[in-house]
Every structure is written in C-alpha cells, then in structure tokens.
Design a protein around this ligand. Structure first.
Ligand code: ADQ
Length: 464
C-alpha cells in the first residue's frame, strides 16, 4: 500500500485528542496506513529570514510529523495576508474585504516554494500526496517544478466562488493554472464543482473530456465533489460519555422553563452572526409568545484576532447582543447568552442535545460541520430542529433541515418560529433522514472516496 502524505497549513499530533473534525479525519487516515503529515509548525520566528524555515521531524506512533517554522514576514504575508486577507474573503464572496493591493502574493509564493523544497526531501517513491486548502493551492505546481512525479490530490475546504468573482483576484489565472498540476481536485459541493468547470472552460480554454476531467496547460485534471463528513460514531460516543451527559443535565436543569436555541462557530464574518442576531430579535418582536422563553446561546470561538475585520465584527456582535438584552431582557430572563470562547469538544454534544433549535446560518460556508454534529448529538425520540443556511455546502445534503436565506431577516425569523413550533412527529422524521445522510457520507466515506479516486486515476493512467 502506498504511503499517504498529508499536507495542510496546520498539523496536529494524532496521538492527542483532536480539537476539530478535520484533525480527527486526517489523523485517522494517517493512523490507518501510517504516513507523513507536513505543514507549518505554528512557530513564528521574529526576525527570521523570509523563505527560510527550520524543519522539525518527529515520530508520533505510525505517523511522522514534519513541520516548518515561518519567519514573521512570511507568516504575515502568506497566512494573515494572502490566505486570509485575499483568498478567504473572495472565496466567501466578500470582495469588499479583500486586500488585493497589499503585495501579499510574494510571501504566499515564497512559503509554498519553501514547503515544496522541504517536502521533497521527505518523499519516498510511490507516496501519494493529499494537499489541503486555500493556503496551499500552488504547492503541487512548485513540487512539479522540482521534478515531483507523485500522484497529488487537492481538497478545498472552503467554497469556490463563481467565475466572475474569482476573476477579481489579480492572480486568478496563475492560481487556477496551478490547479492543473494536481491529478485530482476535490470540492465540498456540486455547486463548487460547477464553478470550477465554468471558470476553466471560460477563462482557461479548458476542454471538458467528460466525467469531470478537464484538459488545459498540457495537463489533465480530474475534479469531483467530495462533501466532508463527521465521525458520527465518535460524536455519538462523546454524547453519551460523562462530560457530554453532565453538560446536558446541567443545561437541562438550568433551562427547563426556556426554549433553548444554539449557535456555535468560530467568530468569522462568513458565519452570518449579525444577521442571525437580527433574525432572533425579529422573532421576539413578531412572535411575542417567545418573550421570557426563547434563549439563544451563541458561542463564537476566537479566531484570527490579529486581523482588523475580525475585531470590528467582535464589537458589532457585542453591541447587538447588548441591545437585544437591553430592549427585551427581564430580571429573570436574558434572551441572548453570548460567549466569545471555545467550548471543550467533549462538552459540545451535551449542549447540542439540550437545544430545541440550532441556528447554522452562514452567509457562505464550504460545508459546515457544526450542522452535522448537531444532528449526530440529538435524541432520536425527541430531536431538536436544524435551521440551516442554503449557502452552506451542507445544504446540498441536508435538505431535510429547515433551509433559510440568512440575508432575509424576516424570512429567517419566520423559519425559526416554525422550528420552535414543529410537532414531534415531523421533528422525528426530519431527524431520521438527516441522520441517515450524515451516516452514509461520514468522514470515513469522505476519505475513502477521495483516496480511491486519486488511486484509480493512477491505475487508469498506467493502462493508457
Ligand atoms: P470552519 O470554518 O472552522 O471549517 P466548521 O465546518 O463548522 O467550520 O468546523 C468547525 C469545527 O470546530 C467543528 O468541529 C466545531 O465543533 C468546532 N467549533 C466551532 N466553534 C467552536 C467553539 N466555539 N468551541 C468549540 N469547538 C468549536 C472549514 C470550512 C468549513 C468546512 C470545514 C471542514 O470553513 O466550511 O466544513 O473547514 O472542511
């Protein structure tokens, strides 16, 4: 069996309890076959030389971890700059927030080149490479320049925007050309795949060879939608473990007289938090039976705090929550409980399970794993209702959620009311269908189908 080499911006030790879905998925993939996980060490070296970084290699069980330090200049330009100040906003349809003219591109190229150079020293013949996310789009092209002939797959965790939006990036042609250095491109949804297909045919003169194979720049790339899932069994086990149950019981006792709604995410402008709070406020105005009763617990974990757009958002949320509580709150009832912090992963399932409604309403999201975790944590006999943005990748699969347009505040408020009022039988039927879906296409399915497609491509090329 080929050795698997995973490359992602951040690397997690698979022996330690992983913090999120992706770390679990990749750690699990690597633990199965043994392999190498390569990426940034998380260390920023003040005064370090741009384009240089020390490589640390350590063994973690069956997995070799190879991580690179970044100079402060590279970190600022590659990570905060081009990745999160250009690609993240544009791919989430926020052209207004993109910092095109800040010159970040050179650091982005430099770090991808550095990664390629150091990764080449670690590769063995027959390795299969799986590269993750927008930080590393040109990595395969850099590796090919250095003579790498391995099979390389790429998975984009965030959405791919429509052609006209992508074309606003000054380096869009270079970026998309770099995608043809891969053998397989994985997207979260059919909509993303469509955007790729339209872009490459319109802007790069690519020829559609059928079965999602495209030819341009003298290379053929195969693309596909591989919606990422969660480890449903692991999450169900967490739900029934001590900390999950303790959390559930404590919250149940505390909120026995209330209807609990929950929102959980990283604090990010793509997640639609101000719109959600406005929809909740509208719910209280339009449907006064929710006064003294509906309580929204909103947890937003700190994220990319060193970027200005995120601190602006933090202030906006704090003032919205303050205004709702000030206008509607009573001595014995606060409509919004807002927390700007992480919740321990072991406690999340208990929190999800106690909520009658989950508000997962991003303006744009590649997939959204919280939606799937919420479904996995429910009691099938008395499940909560998922209110899900139609603009989350997860909406393609989770059609039995209540889908909303998060920009439509009144419409969202009406849908939240529908969720709060939903009869038990309808809740059970919807939950059953949602659970079936997330079980069928779970994280193991995601990994296997992607790696199989990457491996299949190798076999079909050998027979050509
Ligand atoms: P994210 O934007 O981080 O991921 P999401 O898919 O929801 O979004 O994953 C977040 C993970 O972090 C979940 O496992 C969740 O439980 C956890 N989490 C979030 N907030 C938390 C909090 N306050 N406390 C504790 N844990 C919290 C990116 C893309 C998504 C895509 C994933 C995976 O933006 O669209 O689904 O990658 O591909």
């Amino acid at each position: 069996m080929s050795r698997l080499v995973v490359v992602s911006n951040r690397v997690a030790d698979p022996r330690k309890a992983a913090a999120g879905g992706l770390a679990v998925a990749l750690g699990d993939a690597l633990n199965t076959t043994g392999g190498l996980w390569f990426g940034w060490s998380g260390t920023v070296v003040e005064g370090g030389m741009p384009g240089e970084g020390e490589l640390h290699v350590q063994q973690a069980g069956k997995v070799t971890l190879a991580t690179v330090d970044l100079s402060a200049e590279d970190h600022a330009g590659y990570y905060l700059g081009y990745s999160n100040g250009v690609l993240w906003p544009v791919f989430h349809l926020r052209l207004d927030l993109a910092r095109f003219d800040a010159g970040y591109i050179s650091a982005y190229r430099r770090v991808n080149r550095l990664f390629a150079r150091l990764l080449m020293t670690q590769l063995k013949p027959g390795d299969i490479l799986w590269i993750h996310d927008y930080h590393l789009i040109p990595l395969a092209a850099e590796l090919r320049t250095l003579g790498c002939t391995h099979r390389i797959g790429f998975f984009l965790h965030i959405p791919l925007p429509p052609q006209q939006v992508l074309a606003a990036i000054p380096q869009h042609e270079w970026l998309m050309r770099a995608m043809f250095a891969y053998d397989l491109l994985g997207f979260q949804s059919e909509a993303d795949l469509q955007n790729f297909s339209r872009y490459v045919q319109a802007e790069a003169g690519a020829v559609d060879l059928g079965e999602n194979r495209f030819r341009a720049f003298n290379r053929t790339v195969r693309a596909g939608a591989f919606p990422i899932g969660i480890d449903v069994d692991e999450f169900a086990a967490l739900t029934h473990a001590k900390e999950g149950v303790d959390m559930y019981e404590r919250m149940k006792a505390e909120y026995s007289r209330r209807k609990l709604l929950i929102g959980v995410e990283r604090l990010d402008y793509s997640k639609g938090l101000p719109q959600r709070l406005r929809a909740f406020k509208t719910l209280l105005q339009r449907y006064p039976e929710n006064l003294r009763s509906a309580t929204l617990i909103q947890i937003a974990s700190p994220s990319r705090e060193d970027m200005g757009t995120y601190t602006d958002l933090l202030q906006e949320l704090e003032s919205l929550c303050g205004a709702i509580n000030g206008d509607f709150g009573e001595l014995d009832w606060m409509p919004v409980r807002y927390m700007h912090r992480n919740v321990a992963r072991k406690r999340l399932p208990g929190l999800y399970r106690v909520a009658r409604v989950a508000l997962v309403t991003p303006l744009r999201d590649g997939m959204n794993l919280v939606a799937k975790e919420f479904v996995a944590a429910q009691d099938p006999a008395d499940p909560g209702v998922l209110v899900l943005s139609r603009f989350a990748g997860a909406a393609e699969q989770l059609q039995d959620a209540l889908l909303v347009n998060p920009y439509d505040i009144d419409g969202s408020a009406d849908t939240i009311q529908q969720a709060l009022q939903m009869p038990l039988q309808e809740r059970q039927i919807r939950h059953q269908k949602l659970l079936r879906n997330i079980r069928t296409q779970d994280v193991h399915w995601w990994r296997q189908t992607f790696l199989q497609a990457l491996g299949d491509g190798a076999r079909s090329q050998e027979t050509m």
